[in-house]
Write a protein that binds this ligand. Sequence first.
Ligand code: P1T
Length: 388
Amino acid sequence: MNANEMKSMGLATRAVHAGQQPDASTGAVMTPIYQTSTYAQAAPGDHKGYEYGRVSNPTRTALEGNLAGLEGGKHGICFSSGVAATDAIARCLRPGDHILASNDLYGGTYRLFRQVFGPFGITSDFVDMSDVAIVEAALKPETKLLWIETPTNPLVRLVDIQALSDLARSRGITAAVDNTFATPILQRPLEQGADLVVHSTTKYLGGHSDVIGGAVCTNDDAWAEKLRFLVKSAGAVPGPMDCFLTLRGTKTLDVRMQRHCENAQAIAEFLEADPRVAHVYYPGLPSFPGHDLAVRQMDGFGGMVSFLLSDDSMEAANRVLSATKVFTLAESLGGVESLMNHPATMTHASIPEEERRAAGLHDALIRLSVGIESKEDLIRDLDQALGQ
Ligand code: P1T
């Protein structure tokens, strides 16, 4: 099937087949793990498209084709981690350039923009992107990159991709969307005008919490060329085994996302009705401020649920976080197993306390990555932990 035929296929079909071909030398249906650092040349420059493992690898190529197919993009470019993918994009900026990002986003992205790129003269601001007017007011003449996370991490706020991509385009600014929380099954930002889609493939795409990886997808040839140059020149590449594991994960992405969404919805409804919980953040709740936009922009509400305890203290959070038996207390998300996380002390600890609180990341905020277990067991586990 060529790329155009693939585009007309449903997402579940693309998840299994995009970028996949039986191995040319053996007919192996699954792309082998090409565990090699280099490739034989018959004569100088006479090779089969692969010269050196940092530049490219057939297992990586198969994954890149798969991710591009899922996002509906021309190009997929893989990196050794999600932050390496973000880093590659930011490296294309120059001293004096400005990044405008969401004020509710993965703490490591904040740290990268502020602490790694700040000293190189690249400035960054973080605003509430759920309001287009706030974003417009915060743009500067030197803004070159609009960094959108939606749903955001950890408050699962919704940001209007089409509106912000249109705004960015009208000002000559690149719009990048971190699509890690939604995955292409639920949301395809390139179709909504974004220039770049970024993933931590560590999460839902890999899906089994056994591999770290990142990717960028785009239809923009110039961006693809710049990023491939950085892959070759800066070298943050995933190994063939990691690509194989991620590719094994993406094939079941569609079915897994359905179960993540179903379980998360049930848990959000349970928590919303519980007096021990002050507030529930989940786009699938009609009471949630981003619900209408989620209905328009997404094909499902995702597997991430956050909630605030009625007793907003570190002690109360610690009691719940230490008491679950099915949910594991751990950073990360998107695996088949349910995880819980304390943003204030774990994933978002690198955001200064004042900014963290201002962004709504309270001490007793708990983030759930709802897995694909039986939802009755998950609800029972939360119920008993809330009672501690
Ligand atoms: O961990 P890595 O593969 O480098 O991905 C970074 C990253 C990028 N974008 C989003 C939205 C993320 O959530 C992450 C990583 N997040 C966690 C580890 C976490 O627990 O939130």
